[in-house]
Design a protein around this ligand. Sequence first.
Ligand code: SAM
Length: 264
Amino acid sequence: MSATSLRFDIVTIFPEFFRGPLDFGMVRQALKKNLVSVAIHNLRDHAGDRHRTVDDRPFGGGEGMVLKPEPLFRAVSSIASQDSSFPACRTILLSAQGRRLTQETVRELADCRRLILICGRYEGVDERVTDHLATDEVSIGDYVLSGGELAACVLVDCIVRMVPGVLHNHRSTLNESFSRPAAATQPGKRIQEPAILDHPQYTRPESFRGLDVPPLLLSGDHRKIKLWRRRKALEKTLRNRPDLLEYGCLSEEDKRLLETEFEG
Ligand code: SAM
């Protein structure tokens, strides 16, 4: 058994929610191998009354309910004091109003020993939690979910796969969408390579319903395959994610690559 390198503590009003999503694939394996651990905490256990109240109406009027500050402050302080071998690293509030999650943030969070994730519900949480309890307010995208639980699962999933030992080949995380080429991340390198999308992948059969795999991929010419893949990754990024890459910012080498004819 390896020692757990990262512990997640998730605060939620729906603890049962996490039974399914964390029970498959890579996250399940990482939990089984004890590379990471996840503890789920019921916010209602930290309510201060016999009705286990965790929400109330918003001051100033308006729709819906808001998660109260006291149960959340109590929950986080109680969690942080459990298991001193894992000092709390970051307390993350999942929120549509947060900083949008990127692969760069995921890498940064994967270096932590312990992450406390707070799942909001209803109209959200009292802003004093955002300002004085959470170290980070994170959004998983520009849309509104009905609760932070799905967002917490997204965070757990993408962080867990960055933990050393979880993926069979950890180097594969250096060559996937939103990663910068290895050379560009070396210290002292001044030019920041853009983080682009991954290149397209194909597998057997070579021909399916008249749709053929690009012949170059069957050629065995690894130098040409590498160039072709770079070109396809650049094309796809320019087409689907112009926010990541502008043609004008491409290196002369990449511009030439986009004009190259690949035969065979
Ligand atoms: N009134 C809030 C607003 O407009 O920003 C939306 C509250 S939402 C219905 C309830 C909870 O879902 C939030 O407190 C948050 O925890 C979670 N949530 C919703 N969208 C999210 C997103 N894009 N990323 C992360 N969490 C989200």
